[in-house]
Design a protein around this ligand. Structure first.
Ligand code: PRP
Length: 175
């Protein structure tokens, strides 16, 4: 499978993101960050990112799903499991593996904003602008990618390939 982003490249970019995020929040006087991971795809990125942050974090998850078993979004984003904690008045950073059509993140922003956080920002490892339906403000972005179906590093096809250390293109014959 063709590698789009190697393990080393991902690691290096996450270190940079960690430094940037820490610096910006510290500058804003934020002493503790409430990190919200979007399951399932975001769990590996979140695990690596939080270990590069230089401010204390609390970690929570929302389980969202729209792709089901296929390669195309169903268009309906379901929240299968909500946060455990209360984010009212907190500085919240959403951590996601990919913003593709933007439908998942739009739903997530509405959902989390309704809980009245002090601030709400997005960190996404990948952005695929070619398929954008809803524009979302990604404050911290790892990489912009072409319109190819990629898997690995948390991203799946039929819940497979998430454990790959790199991000690769899934050839049509594997779908
Ligand atoms: C994937 C990915 C994002 C979303 C992005 O999740 O993890 O959450 O799609 O796509 P969008 O911008 O077009 O909405 P998926 O619904 O496949 O569930 P998963 O995280 O369990 O893989």
């Amino acid at each position: 499978m063709q590698v789009v982003l190697s393990e080393a490249k991902i690691r290096e970019r996450i270190k940079e993101l960690g430094r940037q995020i820490s610096a910006e929040y510290k500058k804003a006087g934020v002493e503790r960050l409430y990190v919200v991971g979007i399951l399932r795809g975001g769990f590996i990125f979140l695990a690596d990112l939080v270990r590069e942050l230089e401010i204390p974090v609390e970690i929570d998850f929302v389980w969202a799903s729209s792709y089901g078993e296929g390669t195309k979004t169903s268009g309906t984003v379901k929240i299968a499991r909500d946060l455990e904690g209360d984010i009212q008045g907190r500085d919240v950073l959403i951590v996601e593996d990919i913003v593709d059509t933007g439908l998942t993140m739009t739903k997530m922003l509405e959902h989390l904003q309704s809980k009245n956080p002090k601030s709400l920002s997005i960190c996404s490892l990948l952005h695929k602008p070619a398929r954008e339906i809803k524009k979302v403000p990604i404050r911290f972005l790892g990489f912009t990618i072409e319109d190819q179906f990629v898997v690995g590093y948390g991203l799946d096809y039929k819940n497979l390939y998430r454990e790959y250390r790199e991000i690769v293109i899934l050839p049509p014959e594997n779908r």
